[in-house]
Design a binder for this molecule. Structure first.
Ligand code: 13P
Ligand code: SF4
Length: 325
């Protein structure tokens, strides 16, 4: 008996971290959802890798007992809101988001009071408290369609990303009131670096995430969410792309189109440090530990879950009707 026990633990000890995570996933009926900004090892073992919209959809549909969110806090919170009875784990509770942090609930409530005849459309990159004050949520993958689902004369507050909001205003001809928040990763991508890359690579197309500032977006051949950019590079016939977003997406782009070249836009001429510091807090070791200990777990008060669920469900409904999911 003892010998068998030792043998079993020997086998367990010899497994790689990826194999141990896989064993825990099966044993606990867990699903691992990962954002494209996660490190390649995590992306490669996840059950699903996607952008914020794809991840919200998967979270809404899963029948797993435990959702392990390899992403940031607002994403895991969204999964919890959609699955109040399931356990939702986040490998590192410190994995926040500068956009979500840029919009504190108290300040936003006061801001909202100034526009009593406006509805609120909030980017999913916000806290559950902001979601409770919103009429509908959007992601970068459905933002234009969500805004266009309202009549042209509907007055709208858009929070918290002013770059994404400004981009939607320019595409739809709306004049939404914008909360003054930004993503610290996308907002600092360098306009000069884009120009330099374009001069050196005249054969390259440029693609950008709408969290980038307007001068960067104005130089892009294509603007879209991480999934939209990935699909674009797969279908498009160029051989080289200048990519203005977080570095994590390059892993899937290179996997999907190994024959193509991808040049990331750096934050300035000396540094190409556009890794999201929050997304990159998740490691294989933390993923394993959180699955083994079933902690850190995301918890939310019931009334917050109830209120925040309404605008998220509305977003999923509009996205289904628009054929986006
Ligand atoms: P998407 O996943 O919608 O492309 O947004 C990127 C992002 O910054 C997530 O935090
Ligand atoms: Fe937030 Fe920007 Fe990081 Fe996305 S990339 S999680 S928006 S800080």
């Amino acid at each position: 008996m003892k010998a068998t026990k030792n043998k079993n633990s020997d086998v367990k000890n010899n497994l790689t971290l990826a194999e141990k995570i896989d064993a825990l996933r099966n044993e606990k009926n867990a699903v691992i959802l990962a954002h494209y900004y996660q490190i390649p090892e995590i992306q490669d073992l996840a059950d699903f890798v996607g952008d914020s919209l794809g991840l919200a959809q998967k979270a809404a549909e899963t029948d797993a007992d435990i959702i392990v969110f390899a992403g940031v806090h607002f994403m895991a919170e969204t999964a919890k809101i959609l699955n109040p009875d399931k356990k939702v784990l986040l490998p590192d509770l410190e994995a926040g988001c500068s956009l979500a942090d840029s919009c504190p609930a108290g300040d936003f409530a006061k801001f909202k009071e100034k526009y009593p005849d406006h509805i609120v459309i909030s980017y999913i990159n916000c806290t559950a408290a902001i979601k409770t004050m919103s009429d509908v949520i959007c992601t970068s993958g459905n933002a234009v369609k969500i805004v266009e689902s309202f009549p042209k004369d509907q007055k709208i507050i858009f929070a918290p990303d002013k770059n994404l909001g400004g981009y939607i205003n320019s595409v739809t001809g709306r004049n939404m009131v914008l909360w003054d928040g930004t993503c610290e990763v996308h907002d600092i991508l360098s306009t000069q670096a884009v120009i330099n890359l374009k001069v050196l690579n005249p054969d390259a197309k440029m693609i950008a995430h709408p969290e980038c500032k307007a001068p960067v977006l104005n130089m892009a051949d294509f603007v879209g969410s991480t999934t939209a950019m990935l699909k674009f590079t797969k279908k498009d016939d160029a051989k080289k792309y200048i990519v203005a977003t977080e570095t994590g997406i390059l892993h899937q782009m290179r996997k999907e189109s190994p024959e193509k070249e991808f040049l990331i836009v750096p934050t300035d001429e000396t540094c190409s440090c556009n890794d999201c510091p929050y997304m990159k807090l998740n490691t294989m070791e933390k993923l394993f530990a959180c699955m083994e200990n079933e902690s850190p777990e995301i918890t939310l008060p019931e009334d917050v879950i109830e209120k925040a669920r309404v605008p998220i469900e509305r977003m999923l409904d509009i996205s289904r009707k628009a054929g986006l999911i």
